[in-house]
Write a new protein. Structure first.
Length: 459
């Protein structure tokens, strides 16, 4: 705690509440959350938290990691916990409840107010990873028949608890969403104008059952600070803000990156993940990849005679198979990311194949030329002896690189699309998986080409 000043440390040690409040008043909720995170003593942490005002305490609590939220609640009295839960934003509270055991959630729901408990239970009833779990039921709704003056009066009266004041939503008498209007339009319009004068009847909305991934894509296209959420019949039931979507986008990107690396996605931050969980997440893929590499050994065993007759071929195996694996990993990364950003769909498979055939062929020719020059220069300069048939050896290397890079590029680009077609997450077709697949097939391609080019000479 010393990094936040000796005054605060001394005030906490002496339990001087007035001084603590004065010092904390200089910090934002996010900064106070950082102070709590670096305070190891649970009693000191609880004392600091109790010195916060009710609003600041709730905001600070929302900034804390889940495990620290749980530890803090254990240090507080039941009434204090109830105040925090009642005041928390609905989406943050839902996310907090989702990570707790069912019996703990039941106990916490029991100490909440009847109104907040009913709202929390409703949100928890939506499917996991759906927009319904993200939305907040606090928003500003106006009617088309109202004047701008009536709308502004309504906003002043009810805007305090709204999740966002950047947008107002127009609903009919039944409560169905019919338009959205930026708040600046109300501020700039004449007071005697009507809401209908500000409407253009064009709006973007999410369904409560939409996935969080779909919501990220819609937010990206709409470029709005908040989006309304409706039920299946078009009734306005909530709102999702951009800060919630940023959290979702970060989580999805983290999961994809972890899957790219050949492991299952982690539910907790890396420092908080238990060792046993890390092993469980990482071991299965390593075992699968190890078993896949055994097929590489089997393929090399199949061509054992060729290797014995032309030992020089074995020198270039790492170069050949790594080039194929690298090209496949590149293609897989590009396609998986494009699919995650909704730039590609399954229907675009032919476009992807055409582009990757041309790309793979060009890349193969470039690497093949370099491979040919590598053999020629090393042999002619006396760095290595590739026998009197060195030209054929160089041609074998060049032709193999063209074939393997082309195959790796096609495999890396098509496997994610096939996995999406099968209803699986394309991110699981990670770079190590593609590289292992291309390693096995690369051996077959390499020695098949060698058998053709070197027949009657080295083989």
């Amino acid at each position: 705690m010393t990094e936040f000043g000796p005054e605060l440390e001394e005030a906490v040690r002496d339990r001087h509440v007035a001084t603590i409040r004065k010092l904390l008043h200089q910090h934002t909720p996010s900064e106070i959350a950082g102070i709590l995170s670096t305070t190891e003593d649970p009693d000191a942490r609880a004392l600091i938290f109790r010195c916060l005002s009710r609003d600041i305490a709730t905001q600070t609590f929302e900034y804390l990691p889940h495990n620290e939220q749980t530890e803090l609640l254990e240090s507080l009295a039941t009434s204090e916990v109830a105040n925090i839960l009642n005041e928390m934003a609905d989406d943050d509270r839902t996310r907090f409840f989702e990570e707790l055991p069912a019996n703990v959630v039941k106990q916490l729901l029991g100490i909440m107010s009847a109104e907040e408990r009913a709202r929390a239970v409703k949100l928890l009833g939506y499917p996991e990873d759906s927009v319904g779990r993200l939305m907040s039921p606090h928003y500003i709704a106006v009617h088309p028949s109202w004047s701008v003056q009536q709308a502004l009066d309504h906003i002043r009266q009810n805007g305090k608890d709204s999740e966002t004041l950047t947008m107002a939503y127009v609903v009919n008498e039944a409560g169905q969403l019919i338009d959205d209007i930026r708040m600046r339009s109300f501020l700039l319009a004449p007071l005697d104008a009507h809401v209908t004068d500000l409407m253009n009847n064009r709006f973007v909305a999410l369904r409560s059952t939409d996935t969080e991934e779909d919501a990220v894509a819609v937010f990206r296209e709409a470029d709005l600070p908040a989006l309304p959420v409706t039920d299946a019949d078009g009734y306005l039931i909530g709102v999702v803000t951009s800060d919630d979507i940023l959290d979702v986008a970060e989580q999805e990107a983290t999961e994809d990156i972890q899957k790219f690396g050949g492991l299952e996605a982690l539910e907790l931050p890396y420092p908080d993940t238990p060792l046993a969980t890390l092993l469980r997440k990482r071991a299965p893929w390593l075992i699968v990849l190890l078993l896949g590499q055994t097929f590489t050994a089997s393929a090399m065993g199949y061509f054992e005679n060729e290797i014995e007759q032309a030992v020089v071929l074995a020198l270039f195996i790492p170069l050949i198979i790594s080039s194929g694996g690298n090209s496949g990993s590149q293609a897989a990364t590009l396609v998986i990311r494009a699919m995650a950003l909704k730039e590609l769909t399954i229907r675009d498979w032919w476009l992807v194949m055409r582009r990757e055939i041309l790309t793979g062929l060009c890349l193969g020719l470039i690497l093949g030329a370099i491979g040919f020059l590598r053999v020629a220069v090393w042999h002619l300069q006396g760095f290595a002896d590739y026998t009197e048939h060195w030209v054929l050896v160089a041609a074998t290397i060049a032709a193999s690189l063209v074939g393997i890079v082309l195959w790796g590029t096609l495999s890396g680009s098509m496997i994610p699309i096939l996995m999406r077609r099968a209803g699986l997450d394309p991110a699981t077709s990670s770079a190590p998986f593609v590289a292992t697949l291309v390693d096995v097939t690369g051996i077959v391609i390499y020695f098949t080409i060698a058998a053709v080019v070197l027949r009657g000479t080295l083989l």
